[in-house]
Ligand binder design. Sequence first.
Ligand code: OXD
Ligand code: MN
Length: 601
Amino acid sequence: MKNLAPAIFPPMGIGDAKPTNKAVLDWVHEIATLTQPENVFWCDGSERENDFLIAESLKQDVLIELNQKKVPRSYLHRSHPNDVARVEQFTFVCTPTKQEAGPTNNWSDPAETYAKLRGLLTGAMRGRTMFVIPYMMGPADSPLAKIGLEITDSKYVVLSLSIMTRMGEIALKRLGNHPSEEWNRGVHSLLDVNPERRFICHFPQDNTIISVGSGYGGNVLLSKKCLALRIGSYLARKQNWMAEHMLILGVESPEGRKHYVAAAFPSACGKTNFAMLIPPAHFKGWKVTTVGDDIGWMRIRDGRLYAVNPENGYFGVVPGTSYKSNPNAMRSIAHHTIYTNVALTDDGDVWWEGKDGPPPVHAIDWRGNDWTPQSTEKAAHPNSRFTTGMRNNPALDPDVEKGEGVPISAIILGGRRSDTVPLVYQGFDWNHGVYLGATMASETTAAATGAVGRVRRDPMAMLPFCGYNIGEYFQHWLDIGKQLTNPPLIFNVNWFRKGADGKFLWPGFGENMRVLKWIIDRCEGSGGALKSPIGWLPSPHDLDLAELDIDHNAVDELLGLDHEEWQKEIAAHKEFFDSLGGVVPEELQKQREQLAAGFDL
Ligand code: OXD
Ligand code: MN
């Protein structure tokens, strides 16, 4: 049979570290034979390569040049209007049996799915360039670092991954030549960006991802949700570590005592804002630093959990970001940033709802249409994004490259709940904390397609990202706990509780430092709390609320438990566990019964 693979060009700019791993070369050849691109381009993430790809992207309208005086080295990308968020309904975990994927994942048979995807990929890159991207997740000297290869026909993906990952030579070096070296195979093709041919498929047993028909970051930057979370969580269970949808931050007291905490909040619930928090004036001398804003990989060392951020950049939600809500994010995205689906002003700047200052009198909206403040449509899509390097962040933690990771004192869980859930409380112990995570719920956001504002259970903020059976994932958490002699304390927070007037009771953003301070006090054994049926609750005087303009009644409401609401909540926990069809570990059922007993149920 005629070999249809094009000549594989010598690596561009990869220097001496030519890709020589035979398994990688064979796979690249196989995909090129299938997709039949005009040429193959090996990426190294270098400045020279980026310049070339940016110039090509500008010519082909993949990127729009912004005013380089206002936002230097920054560009705007518009995705197809039908392709603006993650698509959970088209996301599949293709394990040999449905039971391995579990009750919360869409499952499809691996052999059938490979066959279907091969059909869709046949000739899919004809007349196009196929890019091969070697990348590494995690600091170079971390035992948790993972190598991925992503093949894509999108320049936007190459440019974004050069921000979001450690790309090129560093990855090839770490991969080496050993035939049995672990690495992830990722294939992405835009096809015709048609939702009917949009599939995000994971084959955990093969360490393989195939994503077709989309250009939206969460579906196509395969390093992120696909590898670091879905495949990552599968590998983590097998290899006894944890891959979690968590930010990681450092908090240092004026005396120089430092703790690290990891926090799991669902998509678009403020992880980036919390990770970049600037303490209010009252907390003079306190400092918060960012290790990561979205994903935490944790392993056991000396009986503790140590975390690394596998990513190299931030892919954050833009609307609502301002110098008031998140000054560090604003400084991060002031240069060297790719914006997706924000509005373009007449002077070549970017704009979005919630940005500081008045709206422009005229702009081009995210779809490319004229927009004025009188327009009924949003100027920026609610899920518009920035992609920016973590080194742009003025509050980047100095230990972000430390391979051993940072020791985690507390895990914070939280969702967007208008009612029921207090501002903060602490789990009684690790297993109770696992229960808090397993029963977490949040109102849905624009980060995924579908209804917004519907309360759904989202265990550990991993509902869309757990790459295997959720019951086994709960058990994995319980098993990790058994191995920790100094486990992180586990807390639950809710910044989003509303009063009878429908307004938020808590100011949020920088003021969340007050809650973080109580959490740190608890870690140091100094913070006060009252025992309640749901966990340890601070009373108002346990929180430092000095110099905060907040009504006493609001604080009581924020920290209060409403019995009727909790009766409904506990019934919803049961309903959720029942809906999982018998996979929930006995220990968590026991925790639920204890909680119910606390409310005389
Ligand atoms: C994200 C998400 O983009 O969770 O981080 O959707
Ligand atoms: Mn996320």
